[in-house]
Design a protein around this ligand. Structure first.
Ligand SMILES: Cc1cc2nc3c(=O)[nH]c(=O)nc-3n(C[C@H](O)[C@H](O)[C@H](O)COP(=O)(O)OP(=O)(O)OC[C@H]3O[C@@H](n4cnc5c(N)ncnc54)[C@H](O)[C@@H]3O)c2cc1C
Length: 461
């Protein structure tokens, strides 16, 4: 028997009927995530464990026979993190979607990893509680994927990213051992913070089989404010000014290219002449909240906004938020697209946005810039005519130049989508030599045979 056959046989023995798939017609659905420009290889099969013990059995067999394993949540990733590599086994947690318990007194939920973010939010809402991290993909991304990419979202500007919500994790290690990381308490400093190390590790250190996530009381309904700019860098300046003195519960930016793409895809009366729109929400209740909105709009006017208003109509507010969440599918419909994800210190937002526009001009490509302005996290997305290979080459050049700008601004090569295979060769540009060495040694300690998600995140594997 080949090592691959031995692993598949062990999976067949450990998993339920139908939970090991090798049918070539079904494999392509699990071969890649939503990114473009990332390689995807041919897997030997996909397994759908339902319990931690089944995950452990799969990993034990893979470890024994040195077969690479690609962990997969819902495949909504944008960096190629869950793309198959040749000869790998895809371990998909989509059948592990049970909420195990909600602890109302201590304010946390324990859940299996395959549940969608929105499903979890709906579940805890029945207990009067709120799970804060809300990626724009919340309706179709899994909690396990969120943990492994340290996903951000629209509310994160006030309530923190996934890492801030993770209290503990159950992890199956590369050799099949099961470990419980983290704690049930808000405070705790015993040992190294291995929970935090797992968050954002992109499936390269272990398989998350359970997450204990911090919950909050449901926030008050938010007021929505809009500022329209004739110059994108003014929008960046306004976002930086706002964040110096206020804590809005959302502060998003959409530039003209993004607004136009949404309007062409789903016409909703957006102002396509605006160079940029800042979309903000404030959930501070009462008079204090009203004053915050006023002061936020005043700062936008001072930064140069040509129009500012508070949206009083909840339906209009929902429409604007919907427009923001629709940008990626709207750009997908425009042509070939290559999405970047960078974060810069907020003081550099205006510069970064201006320089992205210059990159678009210089390389003769369309760049849509949108994202979580309050966090300094932008998604400049390069759109080119479908199938135009010369334009695709210019897009790749623009992609690298965007990363250059981010690093020159003191920023990072990925704010929330992860390194994956898309930026595997960019990661080490950001790390100094001792940090690179530590990364390599951490990977060797957790996964000595290098079987977990090879070809992702770190350049050496
Ligand atoms: C339209 C759209 C909007 C988006 N908006 C946002 C946004 O606002 N914020 C944001 O952060 N992201 C956003 N994303 C990106 C994506 O949804 C997130 O990265 C999400 O966290 C991925 O979850 P997933 O379940 O789809 O994971 P996958 O894509 O399946 O996997 C992502 C990574 O996690 C690993 N992984 C998954 N599950 C496990 C597990 N149980 N154990 C170990 N490793 C695992 C994989 O190996 C891979 O490296 C968006 C994507 C789309 C398409």
């Amino acid at each position: 028997m080949t090592p691959e056959d031995s692993v598949l046989a062990a999976c067949d023995a450990a998993l339920a009927d139908g939970d090991v798939v090798t049918d070539p017609d079904r494999l392509p659905s699990y071969q890649r995530d939503r990114s473009t420009g990332t390689p995807a290889g041919q897997p030997i099969g996909v397994v759908f464990p339902r319990t931690t013990e089944q995950v452990a059995a799969v990993m034990k067999a893979a470890h024994e026979h040195r077969v690479p394993v690609v962990p997969r949540g819902a495949g909504s990733g944008l960096s190629g993190g869950s793309n198959a590599t040749d000869g790998s086994l895809i371990l998909c947690v989509e059948k592990m979607r049970e909420v195990l318990s909600v602890d109302e007194i201590n304010g946390f939920v324990e859940t299996q990893p395959g549940i969608f973010n929105t499903e979890l939010r709906e579940h805890v809402a029945k207990h009067g509680l709120w799970y804060a991290p809300d990626p724009a993909s919340k309706d179709f991304c899994s909690i396990g994927g969120n943990v492994n990419t340290n996903a951000g979202g629209l509310c994160c500007v006030k309530y923190g990213v996934t890492r801030d919500a993770v209290l503990g994790l159950e992890v199956v290690l590369a050799d099949g051992r099961i470990t419980q990381l983290g704690r049930r308490t808000i405070k705790g400093v015993a040992g190294y913070d291995l929970t935090a190390l797992m968050v954002g590790s992109e499936g390269t250190l272990g398989i998350v089989t359970k997450a204990r996530l911090r919950l909050r009381p449901i926030p008050a309904p938010a007021a929505t404010a809009v500022a329209v700019f004739a110059d994108i860098s003014q929008a960046g300046q306004a976002a930086a000014d706002i964040m110096r003195v206020l804590t809005p519960s959302m502060l998003e930016v959409m530039d003209r290219v993004s607004i136009t793409a949404v309007e062409q895809w789903r016409p909703m009366g957006l102002d396509t002449t605006a160079e940029a729109i800042l979309l903000a929400q404030v959930d501070t209740p009462g008079d204090a909240g009203r004053k915050e909105v006023e002061s936020l709009l005043e700062m936008c006017s001072r930064a140069g906004a040509v129009e500012v208003y508070q949206s009083e109509d909840p339906a209009e507010a929902e429409m604007l938020l919907g427009a923001r969440r629709m940008i990626i599918p709207a750009l997908e419909a425009q042509g070939d697209w290559l999405l970047d994800d960078v974060a810069v210190p907020r003081s550099e937002l205006a510069r970064a946005m201006r320089e992205f526009a210059e990159i678009a001009q210089r390389n003769d490509v369309l760049i849509a810039t949108f994202g979580h302005a309050g966090d300094g996290n932008l998604h400049p997305t390069i759109v080119t005519p479908r199938g135009d290979s010369a334009a695709a080459e210019r897009a790749m050049k623009a992609f690298t130049e965007i990363l250059d700008v981010s690093l020159a601004c003191g920023g990072t090569v990925t704010g929330e989508h992860g390194v994956g295979s898309l930026k595997q060769h960019e990661l080490f540009r950001e790390l100094d030599e001792p940090a690179r060495d530590l990364h390599v040694r951490i990977k060797e300690a957790w996964d000595p045979l290098g079987i977990l998600n090879p070809g992702k995140s770190l350049p050496r594997w």
